[in-house]
Design a binder for this molecule. Sequence first.
Ligand SMILES: [Zn+2]
Length: 482
Amino acid sequence: MRIRNTVLLAAVLAAAPVAAQDPWTVRAPAPQGLSRADAEATTLRHLQNLIRINTQNPPGNEIRTAMYFDSVLSGVPGVETRILRVPEDTTRANFIARLRAANPRQKPVLVMGHMDVVGADTAKWETDPFTPTLRDGYLYGRGAIDDKGMLAATLTALVQLAQQRNRLDRDIIFFATAGEEGGPPVGVDWVIEHHRDLIGEAEFALNEGGRIRVQDGAIRTVNIQTTEKVYYNVVATATGPSGHGSVPLPGNALAALARAVSRVHEWRAPVRLIETTRIYFQRLAAIEQDPEVKRAMEALTAPGASPQQIDQAAAVLSRDPLHAAVLRAGTSLTLLNGGFRSNVIPSEGRATFNVRVVPGEDVTQIVRMMNEVGGEPQVTFALEGEPAQAPPPSPVSTELFQAMEAAARTMAPSATVLPFMSTGATDGAALRAIGIPTYGILPMPLPMEDELRMHGDNERVPVPALGWATEYIYRVLRQVAS
Ligand SMILES: [Zn+2]
């Protein structure tokens, strides 16, 4: 995931209690063919090995992880492996393994994860980020939750499923990508361009991007990402007369920029609900503790709600920045540039808004509204780049979504399953764009204080969450492929 909230992160990390109870023990019997003790131990071992391989991006160096996967899977009966080196930079590679079903009657299912990780501020870490460290029931290391935990769980599940390939009626494709955390397009886009035949026939796919949330020692929600917001930048350019700092000018470009920018910052784009977010708020209403928020969620999604009722409900929900970002296009001020000398009035200034629109929403309309709201003749808001066609949200009716929902209900009966639009971007959009419905999950159930360490300092995963994750992936794939 590429979205961060460092303010929230700092606030939550200051508190950081350890979960009082164990939300990772599953009461249901283990699925046939899976040893729970073995699943946890093997996934832990793989994850330790993956953390030890430094794939900080840049430079990425994913070839070493690809070779690790190859060494684990190439001898497994029924599994074919491919390392796809990027010719322009052979330290970068993608990896594909295909488990051949004995009776392939349906199209393959794909599981994707990224091998690169973001950098780490080693001075702020309590452990070496690239030395996997077990402490108080957690495994610490860069990538423990983003995204090496899911890769390790998938690897373990795949080896177990290979022993049962006589029962399988779909091939399972494991696709580990490079370059997800920024940089040149050496990952999913490169593979789609050069090796589409290796993944393109998949019926649907599983990727990162969702959440399994633990609160008060129990799994509360299983958020399955079916779509994501679409990323743009909008640049406000202010112009005005230049002059000597000793003679104040009423048309100062930076002052006009400041006025327009602060108006747009205060403004909220119109509410835009889609199927995913409508079901999301409907289901969240059922478990919401705060009566006012619960009523707002119900009012927002009530059939026949008037625009006025929707706006009132949205105003209540928008007190939570995460809800506010799910309800509408988000416009975050991220860069301000202007001036070059303290004694010169500059003739130009710029501000950049990072704008994330809801899929299907016309970004040019948002830019038009930003110009209106800005309300300064000297300031023009313009889209950087071209408007792109957003891939359609993946439907909740597919066999894969239903298998994900069923596995969640079996393993965490008290949890609510939510289709989920992530506000951040993932590789899932690239698969949706070529017609593969893609569902995001982060299969380790995590308390918020651990989830928010993603991309932050002291990233860690509770060790029992790894066994849970492996069982979840195993159950989903087994159900969908047999
Ligand atoms: Zn990620």
